[in-house]
Design a protein around this ligand. Sequence first.
Ligand code: G16
Length: 542
Amino acid sequence: MTRTVETKPFSDQKPGTSGLRKKVPVFQQEHYAENFIQSVFDSLEGFQGQTLVIGGDGRYFNREVIQTAIAMAAGNGFGRVIVGQGGILSTPAASHIIRKYKAFGGLILSASHNPGGPHEDFGIKYNAGNGGPAPEKLTDAIFERSKTISRFLIADIGLVDLDRLGFVDAGGMEVEVVDPVADYAELMETLFDFDAIRTMFKGGFRMAFDAMHAVTGPYAKEILEKRLGAPAGTARNFVPLPDFGGHHPDPNLVHAKALYDEMMGDDAPDFGAASDGDGDRNLVIGRSIFITPSDSLAMLAANAHLAPGYKAGLKGIARSMPTSGAADRVAEKLGIGMYETPTGWKFFGNLLDAGMATICGEESAGTGSDHVREKDGLWAVLLWLNILAMRGESAREIATKHWATYGRNYYSRHDYEEVETEAANRLMTELRGRLAALPGTAVRGMKIAAADDFAYHDPVDGSVSKNQGIRVMFEGGSRAVFRLSGTGTSGATLRLYVERYEPDPAHHDLDTQEALSELIAAADDIAGIRRHTGREKPSVIT
Ligand code: G16
């Protein structure tokens, strides 16, 4: 039986860069999750009798909201729900399942790399039938709906046993509990040369994969250890925990420091990698070398033809605006299209659907391809393994040769987390007001060539997205980018992205922060970061 439940709107359900993310106690307010899910359904058309995919990263509150979502899917007239066993589906696996089974869309419960637990973060995002994050037009509609919603629909179906594989009838709607790994692992086998990677492991190649007690644990166990024959223990922290073992499941040099230290040590494995809460991000560290996500995108694009799934070549490459220009040089050499989009994987969807881009990447540890419509952490790791197996060289050798061929884009991101929202807004407003006056002036001896607030004109659907980050471009190609994060849950996070291009191999061995020090100082001179935020230094440097 379906019930119509009266509710009152919440004013704070605006989806950010990737869905709605809030602290768990916010989501635990009566009807909070229901309102958002109903606002999603009310913004969609034509899903009666269709399939909805539901899964999450296993964080605290995952199972409760999954039960609610299933009952609401039944109440709203979906014909079928596919849900991952235990409520688990990595974001890329969910994207794949939506596509493979031609679902209408999917709900993914995750706050990605943000910490989990009773007082930490939770999130809900909707992915459309192409498997990709809802486009801006849809997230805007969801937010509008959330401001006026007065009822939600829910079926009384009792609790679905999420742990038993197979079919269950839920008030006339079919629920299928599926193995979260099987379809995804099968897809990976079609893209990569598993034999070559297996031979590499047999030959003694050593790898450390840190699943950070998040969703990729079962995927890494199955794919790396079982199917590829990597020694037991290659996948670490592989049991997903509701609080990620008390850590941030964020694969960067701060939160995956143990892995980094090991990779820099004397007895380092050949290759190290990590993924985040919901499995869409990746960190890649070779023995004695950290590969920035921007460089990783460029190196993967330059070598992708070595993997069976990409042997026909790439149609184009896309990167988010704050991501370094390293991949642009690869696209130029390959003679293929290069697209610069705003931050947010959703902006790649149209380019992938239109067959204009094959590989996409972001500085925020995201890389992926047209095999799904999300970034994909394990995919990036497997492509690296495939390339290492084919080239028979170390990650350091591959990186050094890449820079010798294309030049090196020194690149770093400085995050100022949980800054007072007003102070962060003031900084951005002041800077925006000075943009027109900046070109032609010089800071620390560096001349500013151009300055703007990035706007994206989608070449496929013609939509325009404004205010996507402030760019200050210097003569010679260096730049500083300023933007406020759209994924935090308390205060504001200011991100400063700096980049300097160095063509000369004699200067490719510098320490990144040193190589960028003048630029970093100039960025503070221009935007007054210390003055506005009261912070002497960033909280995270990647
Ligand atoms: C999300 C988006 C990414 C974006 C990242 C950081 O990733 O999907 O496209 O680059 O957030 O965004 P921001 O700089 O606004 O915090 P994830 O892994 O958190 O879903």
